[in-house]
Design a protein around this ligand. Structure first.
Ligand code: HEC
Length: 146
């Protein structure tokens, strides 16, 4: 049994997902969690190739293509949740839609060190719709930090 198939076999049992193994994490997650939201499912389908669903630790950061999902949601929640806890979903959705279609250094809210490490995100125009991004925005804005 090679390491990869071992990971598929073992990880679901512990309920966590390999940081650098998004395809497998998606399968296990979808199978084992029936309450998964539409936004989370879409994020896994369209974004987790580069944005791991599980926080990356230590050297894992260097084996992935982009910041993990938790980093992204922390940044967006910092920017689009008011001090009184109100989630500015419309604003977050507008930002996200614009960024996913037209990513650009001048718009980026991630720390400069993240951008230095991974480079700017490629545009996903044509592979994800406005409607899908809206669901993803809901997920990103409401997911809790681990
Ligand atoms: C091909 C790889 C790739 C895919 C696919 C991808 N991203 Fe990214 N994304 C990146 C990289 C690299 C960064 C870090 C650099 C940056 O901020 O642009 C990033 C950064 C981001 C950021 C932070 C932007 C900021 O303000 O700095 C958001 C939000 C984001 N991605 C959302 C998404 C969503 C939503 C999807 C799925 C619809 C997605 N990404 C799919 C590579 C990807």
């Amino acid at each position: 049994m090679n390491l990869k198939s071992l990971a598929v076999f073992v990880l679901p049992a512990f309920g966590f997902f390999a940081c650098n193994n998004p395809a497998e994490s998606m399968q296990t997650h979808l199978t084992f969690n029936s309450k998964i939201s539409q936004g989370e499912k879409l994020f896994e389908e369209k974004c987790s190739l580069c944005h791991s669903m599980r926080p990356c630790v230590g050297s894992e950061m260097y084996s992935v293509t982009g910041p993990d999902m938790q980093l992204i949601s922390n940044s967006l929640q910092q920017k689009f949740v008011k001090p009184d806890g109100t989630i500015q979903l419309e604003e977050a959705n507008l930002f996200l839609t614009d960024y996913v279609y037209f990513p650009d250094q001048t718009k980026a809210i991630m720390e400069q060190s993240v951008i230095n490490r991974y480079g700017i995100m490629p545009s996903l125009k044509g592979s994800v719709t406005d409607e899908e991004i809206r669901h993803i925005a809901e997920f990103i804005m409401t997911v809790k930090s681990e």
